[in-house]
Ligand binder design. Sequence first.
Ligand code: ADP
Ligand code: ADP
Length: 224
Amino acid sequence: STLVDIRHLVKSYRRGDQAVPVLTDITLAIDAGDFTALMGPSGSGKSTLLNLIAGIDKPDSGILLVNGLDITQLSEAELADWRAANVGFIFQFYNLMPVLSAVENVELPLLLTGLSRRERRERAELTLAMVNLSDRLDHYPSELSGGQQQRVAIARAIVTDPTLIVADEPTGDLDRQSAVEVLDLLKRLNQELGKTIIMVTHDAHAAQRARSIVHLDKGELLRE
Ligand code: ADP
Ligand code: ADP
């Protein structure tokens, strides 16, 4: 079934008193359980599209249904609640809190869920076990390699069991070996746990690990 249903999505940014078009007319469907790579040259609008799908940003016009809900119609506050409940984020530079340990970073999204302290810790530890970091629970980000930090960030993204995982250049800051590990992990989350993943990348090797590839060029979809 379709999880993300995008129709005639348009987005521009203001530069002075001019509107600069970034996405001109995007129509795209992404199935539940898919692992989609969003490819294209720098500046083609990949991150912009990902941020719209993730409810970080709002389009100028068009329809954007996630699980049947048109998130373009939500207020900022509703959108924030929707994001917290439905979207797991993975960034190029991990975005971990430097003053928190690995397990504390993974517990953070659970603070909003009403779970007890003990339940949060248990859930975070289980999730870190899934990304093979049971031996690094109390390490701080600065004590971890880039690949390990990204695995902590992946654990943080999935700990709330979101509907959708979005990843913006998740291997962009990693050496090849760590990149392969991170992609293997995303692939495993998709295949074994059925997680729906949308990944922005400009790396063809990384995109090949996905199930489907969507190409953007100058704000338009080339092919699916
Ligand atoms: P990609 O991820 O494919 O590199 P982006 O979506 O980041 O592309 O950017 C697409 C275009 O939109 C670029 O020309 C970029 O300069 C512009 N852009 C992105 N974000 C903003 C913003 N917040 N304000 C103004 N222009 C932006
Ligand atoms: P190249 O032909 O670019 O030198 P290799 O043949 O060395 O690449 O690649 C070896 C393996 O590593 C291949 O399976 C390739 O898909 C994978 N790989 C290479 N670069 C990356 C990357 N940045 N991210 C993920 N996988 C990669």
